[in-house]
Design a protein around this ligand. Sequence first.
Ligand SMILES: *Cc1c(COP(=O)(O)O)cnc(C)c1O
Length: 443
Amino acid sequence: MTASIHPADRDVPVSAGLFKRASAVIPGGVNSPVRAFGSVGGTPRFIREARGCRLTDVDDNTYVDLVCSWGPMILGHSHPEVVAAVQEAATHGLSFGAPTVGEVDLAEEIVRRIDAVEQVRLVNSGTEATMSAVRLARGFTGRSKIIKFAGCYHGHVDALLAEAGSGLATFGLPTSPGVTGAQASDTIVVPYNDLAAVGRAFAENPGEIACVITEAAAGNMGTVPPLPGFNQGLKDVCAANGALLIMDEVMTGFRASSTGWHGIDGVAGDLTTFGKVMSGGLPAAAFGGRADVMAHLAPLGPVYQAGTLSGNPVAVAAGLATLRAADDAVYTALERNSQRLSSILGAALTAAGVEHQMQNAGTMVGVFFSPTPVTNYDEARASQTWRYRPFFHTLLEHGVYAPPSAFETWFVSAALDDDAFETISTAATAAARAAAAAKEGDQ
Ligand SMILES: *Cc1c(COP(=O)(O)O)cnc(C)c1O
C-alpha cells in the first residue's frame, strides 16, 4: 500500500505544520517517543483540548479517546472537581520546597486504599518511582542484582532498560545505547510468566538478588495478565531467598480496580510503585510499602532519595481530587466500559475473519492479532502486528483515538457515553475490515 493508507492526514494541515516546527527543535518532534506515530506512520495529532471522553485536535477534528494520557484520565478529561482543585491549589502558590498538608492527604489516601503500603514517598514520574524502589531494595538487602521480565517496562531507568516493552518494542530496540554494560549486567532478564526461569536465576546467583521487579499485570507489551499463581509464586520465591518483590503498579494502580491489580489477585509486593492515575494528569508518582523497608530512606536511613518538586502542591491536588472522585460508581463504569469496548472490538474482528485475542487485565483492554493467547513478550512479538497500522488509521479516520502502537494497552474512562460507543462500533467495523485486508510487508 501507499501513502493513501493515511487519508485522514488530508484533514490535519495544522498538525502537520506543527509537527514540522516541532521536529526542528525537539528530537523527532515529540517529548516521548510513541507520540510520534513511528510504528503506525502518518502525522501525530496535536491536541488543542479535551473534555470528558473526547479529544479535539488543532484542526478541529474530534476523537473518542481510548488512550486517556496512557492511563491517568479515568474520570475523563477536564473533570470539574479536578480542574477546580488544581485552580484552587495554584492560587496559593506553585511550589515551596517545604511540606504541605496536601502531601499528607494524598499519602493517607494511598495508605488507606492499599493494606500492604504502610508508608509512601511522593516523586514526579513512574520512572523515578521504580528507580528509587530498586535503589531502596539494594540498600535494604545489601545486594546488587535484580530480576526483571522481558517485555515489562518500568520507565527509562538505565538498569531497567533491558528488554523493556512499549516504546522500545515499537522501535525494535532490544536495549538502549547509553546504558553501560555495568548497569545492565546486574539486571537478569527472564521471560514473563515463567516461574521456573525465576527459580533458576535465584539458584544461579545465591545471596545476590536484591529484588524482583514486575508489572503487577503487564501492560507495556500489549496487555498480558499474569497467569494464575504467577505473582504469588514470585512472592514466595522472593521471601524464601531474602529478596524483595517490587510490584510496579504505575499503570494498574487505581485503574485495574479501585486499588489496582492487587485488588484482583490479592498479592502485595514488599514495595509498590504508583503513577499515572494517582497523578490526576500532572507530574506525580509514588513508591511505598513495608514501613521497616521505607525506614531505610533518607532522612531516616542511609538510602538517598530526594526531589525539588516532589509532592508539588498543584500535582498533589490533581491526584487527590482524582482519587477522591474515583468512587465505586466510577469503577463500575470503568468495568462496564472496558467490557463493552472489548466486546465491540472482538465482535468486529470476528465478523471480518481476523484471528485475534482480546486480553483484558481488570479494566485495561488489550488486543493481539494472534491465533493463541499471548502470555509473554516473544509471543507478543510473534503476533501479526502488521495488521495494526491499517486498523489504527481506520479507527482514527472514523473518530477513534486508539494507542498508536500494537504493543500498548487501551485505556477507557468512566466518561465514555452511548454516543462514543456508537462511534467506536462504526469505526471498529471498518477498521476490522482494513485489518483483514492487510498483507504482511505493507507499509
Ligand atoms: C508508565 C509506566 C512507568 C513509567 O512512568 P513514567 O511516569 O512514564 O516515567 C513505569 N512502570 C509502568 C508499569 C508504566 O506503565
